[in-house]
Design a protein around this ligand. Sequence first.
Ligand SMILES: *Cc1c(COP(=O)(O)O)cnc(C)c1O
Length: 362
Amino acid sequence: MKADRIYNFNAGPAALPLPVLEEIQASFLNFADSGMSITEISHRSKWFDEVINDAVERVKRIFKLDDRYRVLFVQGGASLQFCMVPMNFLGDGDTADYVNTGTWSTKAIKEAEIQGKSIKVVASSEDQNFSYIPESIAFNPNAVFAHITSNNTIKGTQWAEFPDTGGVPIVSDMSSDIFSRPLDMEKFGLIYAGAQKNMGPAGVCLVIIREDLLSRVPQTIPTMLRYTTFAEKNSMFNTPPCFSIYTVQLVLKWLEETIGGLDKMAALNRQKADLLYDYMDQSEFYRGTAEKNSRSLMNVTFRLPSEELEKTFVAEAMQNKLGGLKGHRSVGGCRASIYNPTPLSAVETLVDFMKTFERNHG
Ligand SMILES: *Cc1c(COP(=O)(O)O)cnc(C)c1O
């Protein structure tokens, strides 16, 4: 760690790999010998073409996508996808299934309902304050898609395995765990992820879409809200968020070339999460809030014996250069977000701090 930086456990925007930030800094005034910054060049230039095409190729390679899948970059965050998914795919007489596993799924459901679309919430973990992932769900075989949130950033739960929908394509919000593990793409019709958790700065949302779903998109919705507009123009119908896409490209390069791909990334993520959970499990002082078999490897949510102690914990952690440990304002408690870029050393330092804190206050 560099002396003037902290270990950053923010939930999003979140930590980026240091080598990526350094590369941005080094090339910021003169990108690829253009004599201009990446923030100054035309999105129609050969320089930016190389950036976006390389980013798309890397996504395809990392997830082993075949030719049926298209890779798009859309603005408006994951929140716009809540509205675009039902808007693009559900016509008259069509219906979709949703699983409600927390704040973000609830918002996705609401955006479909606002539009008067026919959807059904086939399972929910609201009865236990969203502390688990539902099992044995009866999906409707005639649904156009089944929507899930693969990782619940606020409640600290994650689908360890994806459900059997009987062939209905899964649409997944993967904002907080994209690129954290390998995926069986056969199950998915569409994946979306805001960049600012696990792969870049805010301002761009990655969408991976299977071609057959593109044929459902009606011409009657506004141009900028149609997936086909982005698919036909390589995400450049209008000016894309060039800097964000460039950073995503560098993060994917780091994932492939420095980490060594998704299997390696998944193993490292497992190691980081185990370190934290194993310590918490043998402690009487810290208490994880998610059920064990539903725990997120990305967002580790926990409580201390009192809210007073939680406040002190967050403040003392910050004095020790451990930032971003406060839980989401809607749930309180503490949360350590340990996304792909978070190094093992950050988690080791955090666990050491937690031990010291427990000794002093337990
Ligand atoms: C952060 C988050 C969102 C919201 O993303 P925006 O890009 O801010 O719209 C949606 N879903 C999940 C799972 C998230 O973690």
